[in-house]
Design a protein around this ligand. Structure first.
Ligand code: SF4
Ligand code: SF4
Length: 149
């Protein structure tokens, strides 16, 4: 279910733009509001839903299982999202889902990490691996399984 922005709630803070891994959240230069410019390319990761401080991002279900007339409305808190599903027949379903195991605001910004060494671009490791995976080394063919730190 791709996302869409409610322009009445959006204040153009760009948090969804910064966090979208698919780079499809953009700011309309005329209105100063965000919009999903290519819903078909949405990963449906809902990082933007979690990041939006205004609760301005809703989710639109595909027509094959959620025909016209429905709404899927996420409402974020600091540790969960409450989903409200409004069925086209008028009924409502609600459920909530935890979204994080770390305390709100405690994840350090990537900007606080040390700069990569010049040779790191030639490494197969991604940024912060293996530290952020909490292992002493990544698995490789024939090597023993990594030990948790
Ligand atoms: S759900 Fe994920 S991929 Fe889709 S617009 Fe939001 S951040 Fe981008
Ligand atoms: S994070 Fe929310 S308020 Fe900020 S630009 Fe995106 S939709 Fe608008």
């Amino acid at each position: 279910m791709p996302t869409f922005v409610s322009p009445q709630k959006c204040r153009g803070c760009m948090q969804c733009v910064d966090i979208c891994p698919s780079d499809i959240m953009h700011i309309d230069p005329d209105r100063g509001r965000a919009y999903n410019l290519e819903p078909a390319m949405c990963w449906e990761c809902y990082a933007c839903v979690k990041a939006c401080p205004e609760g301005a991002i809703d989710v639109r279900g595909y027509a094959d299982f959620a025909p016209l007339g429905h709404r899927v409305v996420p409402n974020r808190t600091t540790d969960r999202i409450f989903w409200t599903i409004q069925l086209r027949g008028g009924g409502t379903r609600q459920f909530d889902f935890p979204i994080r195991r770390t305390r709100w605001g405690t994840i350090p910004s990537p900007a606080s990490a040390p700069a990569p060494a010049p040779g790191d671009l030639g490494s197969e490791l991604l940024a912060f691996e293996p530290d952020y995976l909490a292992v002493d080394a990544l698995p490789s063919p024939g090597a023993p399984a990594p030990r948790p730190l």
